[in-house]
Design a protein around this ligand. Sequence first.
Ligand SMILES: Cc1ncc(C[n+]2csc(CCOP(=O)(O)OP(=O)(O)O)c2C)c(N)n1
Ligand SMILES: [Mg+2]
Length: 782
Amino acid sequence: MTTHSHEATQQLADIRRSIADRVLWLSTAMVHRANNVRPNEDGMKVGGHQSSCASSIHILSSLFFETLGADDRIAIKPHASPVYHSIRYLFGDLEESYMDQFRAFGGLQAYPSRTKDPDGSDFSTGSVGLPGPAVAFAALTRDYLESKDLSTTASRFFAHLGDAELDEGSIWEAVAEPALEGISRCVWVIDVNRQSLDRVVPGIRIDRFRQMFEVNGWTAIVAKYGSQLTELMSRPGGHALRRRIDDMPNEEYQGLLVCDSTEVRERLVSGTGSLQRDLERCLQDVGDDELQTRIANLGGHDFETLNSAYQEAAVAPGPAVIFAYTVKGYGLEAAADPRNHAALLTNEQFDVFANQLTMDPEQPWQRFDEESQEGQYAATAHTRVARPDTETSRGYEFVDTNLNAPDVTSTQDIFGRMLVELDRTSPDSAQRIVTASADVATSTNLSSWINRVGLWSRSEAEDYLGFQERVLKWIESPEGRHIELGISEMNLMVMLGQLGLAEQVSGQRLIPIGTVYDPFVARGLDGLLHALYSGSKFMLVATPSGVSLSSEGGAHQGVITPSIGIATPGITYYEPAFAQDLEWIMLHSLNEMGSGIGESTLLRLSTRPVDQSLFPGTHTDQLRADAIAGCYRLRTADPNALARINIFAVGAVVPEAAAAVVLLAEEGIDANVFVVTSPDLLNRRVTAAATDEAAGTSEGYWDPTGLLSDHEVGLPTISVIDGAPSSMAFLGSALDCPTVNLGVSEYGQSGNLEDLYRHFGIDAQGIYHSALALTDRLRRRH
Ligand SMILES: Cc1ncc(C[n+]2csc(CCOP(=O)(O)OP(=O)(O)O)c2C)c(N)n1
Ligand SMILES: [Mg+2]
């Protein structure tokens, strides 16, 4: 090496060291000051994860300062969010005031948030096991767009993950997902500190994990040892040291990091049989302290090792995973301590730490001087990652359809017909629709759509079964607009989340629609919540649903989806009864997604054929607006009837309410019947009315639904839904009236529709008996 290049190497090493030290300092100080300096008004622990941050310092610094470009996207390990913010701060992308606002209201979020952090990260993280799959599906989304010759703003996708995340099933569902085979430019960097929250992860698991990635087509790269340790291993006898450490369980290695430095040699050498002599030879010229430092010199703390791993990943034919070995708590008092996950430095320890790094605890937020080498290095990196402004996509509009619904039909049937109709009537906008299902495309009625638009794959696939006449053509090509997954509802939800963020992440808007059996929404629920929390917009169709599925039985009859639909922010849950309701609701939802406004939609549909003649004859604009707003009136009771009630019916059981009216007429009881197309929106409406009332802005008689006339307020009320009855239980208290909520409170069972509706009391008879009981209750009260 020439003197000149030696100097340059040394200079670069110095810059890297001071960058890493500063990132370590800033992230540690951010957590420290949030806990120990910022006034604490409620006495609650603020928290933060200094050790998790410390183990990620070099991985994230090498990525942001030397590797990432403007068109690369990255998910950050949740507990390393302060590291991300510190780097953004050094880039000048984050104002200084935020550095003291970690975990404060309106400040930096505990975990990276796309939507709430001022220096917005590319992916929201927090629930471990989901960011890796999200990144992989974001890469798939980019591939999908590129296969359609749409220009994208995203190139490579990186995920920085904790090693204990690999315990989550969602990781392996994604790794084994056939649809993800062949994704390229997707790199997961695993921060292998061998610790989870509670403990040192037992045994040596990485080797097993590595093989699991490899058999699924990933290139696995191990960044295990840093240059100092590698140098030691290259000395005479060094092969024994490598073998000794490679074969060592995590707990034993972790012991070497935390024991007194005088013990390290003994622990390494004793009881090693044939290796002992070579080990002693290798270690003979190394002092105790240096030996411990070198043992801790892992690949995940070494820029050179990491950079060569990134380079290897860059030329991998498919997705790649890098196992970057690190020390949890690197550079801190609690380094490698099995209990360090949430440990915080004390004030005294923080002062010592400041001293070590020659930083001032009173003036912690020092950036590099612009003229300094580090300052220039940071400026160059910032220019590389700075993103150009992007334009918002144009809107995609869907014109009114004019569906010829059969006289008796189900909402699931209409859903399938609508997709085809939309492609016919709004062909340009429908190009942006992408459907997805986890092996239930046919049973959720996507067949006609798939026959029309085809299945998506990276390349034309051979149609080996093409010689047969088939009802469903299964033709795969890059032109296709349906993405079929293996049976993983979790993958479906994570993918919908990323398809629904296609514009924000890759620069092109998509309109995603996914189908799932209603009971299996729960199977992918955390993926769904993560997608919504991330701000994604998509349509999720839960079909078939409820005991209306009759003979299919309890394992397939969903009960709790309405409650999920009501309680989950960011998604509007609809459960229409009639073809016309669904047509209007789908158009509304798709037009919102096409314009990039509104929120996601959950459609709970049914296979129950419903007589469409029950639907109001005149289709006014008001009726349409009411159906979209969540509830409309189907019939009005005679004000002179002996007794009157209100019935609010949801979805497939609306015909039961209509039939109950006939039975009740014989008792002199008449009913107002309301079709609730969205229990969710009705609930939001009554909540908003109560808020208005509390603010003193509501006037006139109390009707939070906005659907009743004054003489209908307070009438006995019955709600009926093929789902958990508590999902409609908000109604009675909101209306101040005697109420019964009918629904399904047990797991279902096989049977015909009549038997099941009778068994669960959601048939006309059930409504009839409840109405009698309620009117009687009212009579007794008077
Ligand atoms: C789904 C989920 N379950 C549990 C947690 C609580 N939790 C937070 S961090 C953590 C351990 C993470 O260990 P690892 O991924 O190895 O991260 P690191 O060691 O780098 O902190 C757990 C269990 C969580 N965030 N998400
Ligand atoms: Mg860990």
